[in-house]
Design a protein around this ligand. Structure first.
Ligand SMILES: Cc1cc2nc3c(=O)[nH]c(=O)nc-3n(C[C@H](O)[C@H](O)[C@H](O)COP(=O)(O)O)c2cc1C
Length: 263
């Protein structure tokens, strides 16, 4: 079986997951590709129409060793008719724990068949000048490995070993418990120009910009897309507990981790 069409389905607030998926897709070299980006609620399609020989790559970041709940909900809206799928998680250099197996399970429940899986590293959402964590990842080395992985996916599809069913995806069931979410959010300071870029990138529509910036702390998932997109550096994550976590991550997870592929 060779791959004619490649579909990428992703949730990626700070775009590291999306960059990895794009590099994998480049390596696959399919005749055409389509992106279903469910990062914004208004882009979630009701069904995912795939033919048997479409290859689907599904990607999400790791939050607390799991797939973010909001991504789980959005992925569950998708249905498939037995297409080969490659679950890919991207994590901030600490650990991915049960996220990859969770994503693989979501895809199988939706009707896909697992061809391979992978865990890559992206700059941590909480990374800052004070607490740098996996800064500038994925870098050229990561993207090269993602392209190589894409090539090996195309080779696996071409040699017909697709349904051998021997792909072992690491992780435990039941999955690690989710931590309760605090009701808080990043805040905008006086440097804010009310440009609205934070509102546009927020995956949960928690931000509204008018004559000031208002954020619903119950909707915020701390993805930090608003912090990273702000051209005026006016948006900061100043939640005390999360600043402590950021410091802990910067102090304890500075050794470079490398991508892992399961094929
Ligand atoms: C709420 C939250 C929890 C996170 N939990 C983890 C984690 O358990 N392990 C880890 O290594 N990185 C963790 N990260 C970092 C993200 O997985 C990482 O920054 C990823 O590259 C973000 O993907 P994106 O750019 O597609 O949004 C977490 C980030 C957030 C916002």
């Amino acid at each position: 079986m060779s791959c004619k069409k490649l579909k990428m389905i992703c949730f990626s607030p700070t775009r590291t997951t999306r960059r990895i998926l794009d590099a994998i897709a480049e390596g696959v070299g399919a005749e055409c590709s389509e992106v279903v980006d469910v990062t914004r609620a208004d882009r979630v399609p009701e069904t995912c129409d795939c033919a048997d020989n479409d290859l689907v790559i599904i990607g999400a970041p790791v939050y607390g060793g799991r797939i973010p709940l909001i991504a789980v909900e959005r992925f569950k809206a998708l249905k498939s008719c037995g297409s080969p799928v490659v679950p890919v998680v991207v994590y901030g250099n600490r650990a991915y724990e049960d996220a990859l197996i969770e994503l693989a399970d979501i895809a199988v429940e939706a009707g896909f068949k697992t061809l391979a899986g992978a865990a890559f590293i992206g700059e941590h959402s909480f990374s800052s000048e004070r607490t740098p964590i996996a800064v500038s990842r994925p870098d050229e080395d990561d993207l090269g490995k993602a392209r190589e992985f894409g090539k090996s996916l195309a080779a696996k599809l071409a040699d017909g070993s697709l349904f051998a069913g021997d792909v072992e995806i690491p992780g435990d069931r039941p999955y690690k418990e989710r931590s309760p979410k605090a009701s808080a959010s990043p805040v905008s300071n006086d440097a804010c120009q009310l440009c609205g870029s934070c509102e546009r990138v927020c995956p949960t529509a928690a931000i509204s910009v008018g004559s000031l910036v208002e954020t619903d702390p119950d909707k915020c998932i701390f993805c930090c897309a608003c912090v990273k997109v702000c051209a005026f550096e006016a948006r900061k994550l100043e939640v005390p507990r999360l600043l402590e976590v950021s410091q802990w991550l910067a102090d304890n997870f500075s050794d470079r981790r490398e991508p892992e592929v399961f094929i």
